[in-house]
Design a protein around this ligand. Structure first.
Ligand code: ACO
Length: 403
């Protein structure tokens, strides 16, 4: 139930201490002065919600580019620091924020919004589709041999300092992210946050190790452990970024052969080829988790920005209570990968909620699966399967960093 006493506005420098307090408390944290998320906050895109004079809620939009199927970089609003004071929950504070943010993204010409959700039951009602990208929490033992067909090159891999690694990593990442569905542009603060390495960031593990290959890099921590049987150290990989498939093979071989280590863990993409590189795929244990939630802010702009796998000609009826400009029937015509999207009065072949379209947009969730989940309704036989195929990406979507 919305509370009419609520108001919302963007913040300025003077609001930051209170903003930080409200957000920290919402996350059961203490305000600590210079919090990690403040490094990337854009004040003119950060909102505070007030009950009278009291700040009771927070939220921010970060300006980023998202790589979509076909390789276009699309401007997106990356939603972060959503929090409501514990005593003010379930009174519409987050609802007011969500609506305001969607209008702000629309005005800014961002056809898509994205976020990582703290809890799975919050964001669908605001039109964000779950599992737009997933991640695999992967664990494997070291020393595993590769399948005989996998050849490792003689490229040298060098462990270097963070200062030496950073310029190289930034260049490599910026090239690679343009070809990886779900990857985002980074600003200085993203790097500082993603590779934050103060003692308090390490959770008892070592500082980051930076290892460079001529066409890629890997960053990991070591979880130290020795018992009576000898070293049981584990490598916790933060990021493995490669410009070539050979670099991927080489860097994985390097990790698998690190002396004194018995295991590797890595939150990676769901189609990481390591499973097929090693001689015993069952030893690579994987657990799936949701990563990006995606919101189509502007259907007419968003759908033609990506490429499609096959031709379709379907009328899609979209329901969107928060962004009425999206609601209604759209004809999606794809020829040779390119889409044309036009408003139509023709009867719908398929109808769905905007959140379902968000789940499918990067190719991470098939519309045919959403139909089986009663989230997509087919009115003309064959259209959901045709759209499902068309919406697949050239690889599985993945987002390597939480923002
Ligand atoms: C992108 C990010 O930043 S993720 C971080 C999100 N923040 C957190 O998890 C911090 C802790 N939680 C909070 O601060 C708050 O509970 C929030 C932000 C999740 C929700 O804020 P609220 O102001 O309570 O939400 P609001 O009152 O607008 O709720 C709208 C609807 O969502 C539902 N809802 C809100 N939060 C939740 C939840 N955690 N689980 C299930 N349903 C929820 C409400 O019941 C309500 O349903 P209704 O429309 O059927 O009545």
């Amino acid at each position: 139930m919305a509370d009419s006493a609520l108001s919302i506005r963007t913040i300025d420098q003077a609001d930051l201490p209170e903003f930080e307090k409200v957000f920290s408390w919402s996350f059961l944290d203490e305000p600590a002065g210079e919090q990690r998320w403040m490094r990337v906050l854009e004040l003119d895109r950060a909102h505070a919600i007030f009950d009278g004079d009291e700040m009771v809620g927070t939220g921010g939009i970060l300006t980023r580019e998202l790589t979509v199927p076909g390789g276009a970089q699309v401007p997106v609003g990356a939603v972060t620091v959503v929090g409501v004071k514990p005593g003010h929950r379930r009174r519409g504070v987050a609802s007011l924020l969500m609506k305001t943010q969607l209008h702000a993204m629309h005005e800014a010409g961002e056809p898509i919004g994205i976020l990582w959700a703290s809890e799975g039951a919050i964001y669908r009602r605001f039109g964000y589709g779950e599992l737009a990208s997933s991640l695999s929490m992967m664990k494997m033992p070291t020393r595993m041999p590769f399948h005989p067909g996998v050849s490792v090159s003689d490229a040298r891999i060098r462990q270097v300092t963070r200062e030496e690694a950073m310029p190289f990593m930034r260049e490599v990442h910026d090239r690679v992210r343009r070809a990886r569905i779900g990857w985002l542009s980074r600003v200085d603060g993203t790097w500082e946050n993603h590779l934050a390495d103060a003692e308090s960031d390490r959770d008892g593990l070592s500082a980051y190790r930076y290892c460079l290959h001529p066409q890629g890099y890997v960053v990991f921590r070591v979880k130290h452990e020795w018992d009576n049987s000898g070293p049981q150290n584990e490598l916790h990989v933060r990021e493995l970024v490669c410009e070539t498939e050979q670099a991927y093979v080489d860097l994985y071989r390097f990790l698998l052969d690190v002396d004194l280590a018995t295991g590797i863990s890595y939150f990676t993409n769901t189609d990481d080829p390591i499973v097929h590189m090693v001689d015993n795929p069952r030893k690579v244990r994987q657990e799936l988790a949701d990563a990006l939630w995606l919101r189509i802010v502007d259907v007419e702009r968003a759908l033609p920005l990506r490429r499609y796998q096959s031709d379709v000609d379907s009328v899609i009826e979209v329901a969107d209570s928060l962004c009425p400009w999206n609601s209604g029937r759209w004809r999606l015509t794809v020829k040779s990968g390119e889409a044309l999207v036009t408003r139509t009065d023709d009867s719908a072949d398929v109808s769905l909620d905007v959140a379902a379209l968000g789940s499918a947009y990067l190719g991470g969730v098939r519309l045919s699966v959403l139909r089986r989940a009663h989230r997509v309704v087919e009115h003309t036989a064959g259209h959901v399967d045709a759209l499902s195929l068309a919406f697949l990406g050239e690889h599985e979507p993945h987002c390597p960093e939480v923002f």
